[in-house]
Design a protein around this ligand. Structure first.
Ligand SMILES: NC(=O)C[C@H](N)C(=O)O
Length: 363
């Protein structure tokens, strides 16, 4: 029954009012028109709890349940019909490839159902961009998939999680978000999984999209897109990768170049069975000569080497050295996203160097 307190007829006759019942019916049919969003919770600071004596920290990630997070945002029932699942409840620093696989398989199942219009995944901020990019390469649907998180725990003064969650659900329920690839919604902005990076250790404005900027923004529950991507990754359904073909992802590690770099990291990775190594190089992906020699030796042992960068953003393009040493270059992908792509390339059994580089240039 609706709220009849404003209805004079109801107040005075204590009887049912046709007009109010009509309004009730209208409300019901409006409710039926709301998008159906599946919320998959994995933990993170958005589900974090502070010590009651603290303002924003120290705190523990992945403590509160998805039901508690949803209950903190009553307005959600006005923007979507929600079904929620607790897939995990972890600090995303501890993210595993196994959980990535589960998320992809479950997301694909849900998105194939006519009962689901979009998906929101709540996540920790630390590895959110890796999960988002992994999903972007493996989700097979044009329906929106949106990741969100929080920089402040749920119990903090001025927690950012509730608004981020509400806005992520609004974006996932918007037709404008279809065919945009996997999206990340943080702090009123909409980013592509391909571009977004956590740039700051504490700020609520931590997520940015390198030199490319956000795809759009949300204001007063209205979704605005300003641009979209043009690479193959633009629409997840165009990705050549598919989770069904992948049993186990090969070991791919990340090394870094710096002053007086040794070859210890690369040699240890190779000795440990790594099939690929991404190097976060200085400047535009340059390598200290000692590390570079280790990388050349690794290629000779059949290990794939990708040059990426350790600065905040930019791109690493193909140079003479790459032709000579058979190195791959990561383009605009940072080292941890390049690692995700290299794992999929190797898992797919793509051995041709030019084909591998083509994928780095287009995904
Ligand atoms: N803001 C956060 O979510 C950080 C947290 N350590 C996590 O990634 O789970």
């Amino acid at each position: 029954m609706g709220d009849y307190s404003q209805c004079i007829q109801y107040k005075y006759k204590n009887d049912f009012c046709i007009k109010c019942l009509q309004k009730d019916e209208d409300k019901k049919s409006l409710q039926q028109q709301l998008p159906r969003i599946a919320v998959l919770a994995t933990g993170g600071t958005i589900a974090g709890e502070t010590d009651p004596t603290e303002l924003t920290g120290p705190y523990r990630s992945g403590v509160l349940s998805i039901e508690q997070l949803l209950a903190a945002v009553p307005m959600l029932s006005k923007v979507a019909r929600i079904r929620a699942e607790q897939v995990a409840n972890i600090d995303s620093k501890d993210m595993t490839i196994d959980l990535w696989g589960k998320l992809v398989i479950h997301a694909n199942e849900l998105l194939a159902s006519p009962e689901v219009d979009g998906i929101v995944i709540t996540h920790g901020t630390d590895t959110l961009e890796e999960t988002a990019y992994f999903l972007n390469l493996l989700v097979k649907s044009k329906k929106p998939v949106v990741l969100t998180a929080a920089m402040r725990p749920a119990t903090a003064v001025s927690a950012d999680g509730p608004l981020n969650l509400l806005e992520a659900v609004v974006v996932a329920g918007s037709k404008a978000s279809e065919e945009q690839g996997v999206l990340v919604v943080m702090n009123d902005e909409i980013f592509s999984a391909h571009d977004v990076t956590k740039m700051n250790t504490y700020s609520v404005g931590s997520f940015q999209a390198s030199e490319f900027g956000a795809l759009g923004w949300i204001h007063e529950n209205q979704v605005h897109f300003e641009r979209s991507l043009v690479g193959t990754h633009f629409n997840t359904t165009h990705s050549r990768f598919s989770i069904e073909k992948m049993c186990k992802l090969p070991q791919v590690e990340i090394a870094m170049s710096y002053a007086e770099s040794s070859r210890t990291s690369i040699d240890a990775f190779v000795a440990n069975g790594a099939k690929g190594i991404v190097i976060a190089g200085t400047g535009d992906g340059t390598l200290h000569k000692v590390l570079q020699q280790a990388a050349i030796d690794a290629v000779r042992q059949g290990v794939a080497i990708v040059r990426s960068y350790r600065v905040s953003y930019g791109h690493v393009s193909h140079e003479k050295l790459d032709d000579e040493a058979d190195f791959l270059t990561a383009g605009t992908l940072n080292a941890w996203k390049a690692r995700v792509l290299l794992m999929l390339i190797l898992a797919e059994g793509i051995n041709d160097h030019a084909e591998r580089q083509y994928i780095f240039d287009h995904y």
